[in-house]
Design a protein around this ligand. Structure first.
Ligand code: ZN
Length: 61
């Protein structure tokens, strides 16, 4: 089954779609600041997860 990643709008396979752990709320907040319509229930692809995780590191959080 294919899903569309709500963050990057790319089609991804179902098992590539990630749901961010609630303890990673700093990543959730960061994505929401860039994508106000996104909710963590929408999930995101592994590329986006990696991308935003790196961004947060770069910002020294
Ligand atoms: Zn994505």
């Amino acid at each position: 089954m294919e899903y569309k990643c709500s963050v990057c709008q790319e089609k991804v396979e179902g098992d590539l779609l990630l749901y961010i752990n609630h303890t990673e709320s700093h990543i959730i907040e960061h994505i929401k600041s860039k994508h106000p319509d996104w909710a963590e229930e929408n999930g995101l692809c592994s590329k986006c997860e990696e991308y935003y995780r790196k961004q947060l590191k770069g910002e020294g959080l």
